[in-house]
Design a binder for this molecule. Structure first.
Ligand SMILES: [Cu+2]
Length: 267
């Protein structure tokens, strides 16, 4: 056993012992994944970290087979309400930037917020909109009516991606961005500014809250059928495979934390 395998196995055993029994897992290297032939499935993951002093965290898994993407995501701790309604969080796969999340230095106008536009050089333009229903093109990018909403949400959708998004994912230039900040966390100046994307909305509504580059997972998972038939052992654990995979990813990155906690989604 390699050190990586040992470590991964140990973390998995700690994080999700029941899930481990139910899951055929195979550790493999990123380079091996990149070499997979057409028609196979490559699993990508993004750890979503706060931007712009947002609270919250998340994990997103994207299983890509050709242009078909099976996407599962759990987010928690974002701004909860907006004008007395569940806060809509538009979210996208951004493509063809540098494949990274912006730092505070991207705040060109000094208002304390990296706006969506200011972050563009890092993560690129919208390639795919991770909407709940209907349009997934960039044109739906700011349609708050089909965005997931609330402080915590679970998102699951299978999307046929366009070729630009597929190419960017494979090139390591795809970044997941979840938008929508709590206005009270912004400077007075920023609170008074209009959105750079939708001027009828405040800046907070569309600014990035969570961001994570999409990378090849350290683990390949035999997809969902084997998970969903796992018997009674996984009751109370939502998406056990996501947490198992996330824990492995975090361990591989030397990071860690939120993943061992049960993320409470879907109230
Ligand atoms: Cu976006």
């Amino acid at each position: 056993m390699t050190n990586m395998k040992k470590r991964t196995a140990r973390v998995l055993a700690m994080a999700a012992p029941v899930a481990l029994l139910a899951l055929p897992l195979t550790a493999f290297s990123a380079s091996a994944a990149g070499a997979q032939s057409t028609g196979s499935t490559t699993t990508y993951m993004a750890t979503l970290n706060p931007l712009n002093h947002a609270s919250g965290s998340g994990m997103l898994m994207l299983q890509l087979t050709g242009s078909k993407a099976v996407i599962t995501e759990d987010v928690k701790g974002l701004a909860a309400t907006f004008m007395n309604a569940p806060y809509p969080h538009v979210q996208h796969i951004h493509i063809n930037g540098m494949g990274t999340c912006p730092t505070a230095s991207a705040d060109k106008n000094g208002d304390g917020v990296v706006s969506t536009t200011e972050g563009g050089p890092a993560y690129g333009a919208i390639g795919t909109t991770l909407s709940l229903t209907g349009d997934t093109s960039p044109a739906a990018g700011t349609d708050v009516k089909i965005a997931p909403s609330g402080a915590d949400f679970h998102y699951s959708r299978t999307i046929t991606l366009d070729q630009a998004t597929v190419a960017s994912i494979k090139a390591g230039k795809a970044v997941i961005v979840v938008h929508g900040l709590d206005p009270t966390t912004l400077s007075a100046k920023a609170q008074a500014e209009p959105s750079d994307l939708v001027p009828s909305l405040p800046l907070a509504a569309t600014s990035p809250a969570l961001c994570g580059p999409l990378g090849v997972s350290q683990m390949a998972m035999v997809p969902t059928a084997s998970v969903n038939t796992g018997g009674g052992g996984t009751s109370g654990i939502h998406d056990p495979w996501l947490y198992a995979a996330g824990a492995g990813l975090a361990a591989a990155a030397g990071g860690a934390l939120v993943l061992r906690r049960r993320i409470n989604v879907e109230k």
